[in-house]
Design a protein around this ligand. Sequence first.
Ligand SMILES: [Cu+2]
Length: 108
Amino acid sequence: MTLARRVAVLIAAGLALCAARPTVTYHGTGTVLALLPPPSDLHATRPVIVIEHDPIAGLMAEHMAMPFIAASTTLFDGLHAGDRISFGLEDTPGALLVVTIERTPPRH
Ligand SMILES: [Cu+2]
């Protein structure tokens, strides 16, 4: 393999890695109220998660319950209503997307 070819392969691999990693614009915490795989009353084709969220720095100053579109139903794996979570939001042109979800210990 020539050096140029080797560099091209490395760049392609790097780009693939970047594409696989979601861009998190905002970080939030809250409690899962509902997990709605599509189709649901809230969206015909995309998964929706309803979160009672704490204030989200730079986005929403209030504590509220609201639905978010999730990037994938695989984010719902092992998750249940009532779970405390921290989550990452990506601000995309069409939607404020939940791109990461982690369960966190319950708050007392
Ligand atoms: Cu909100």
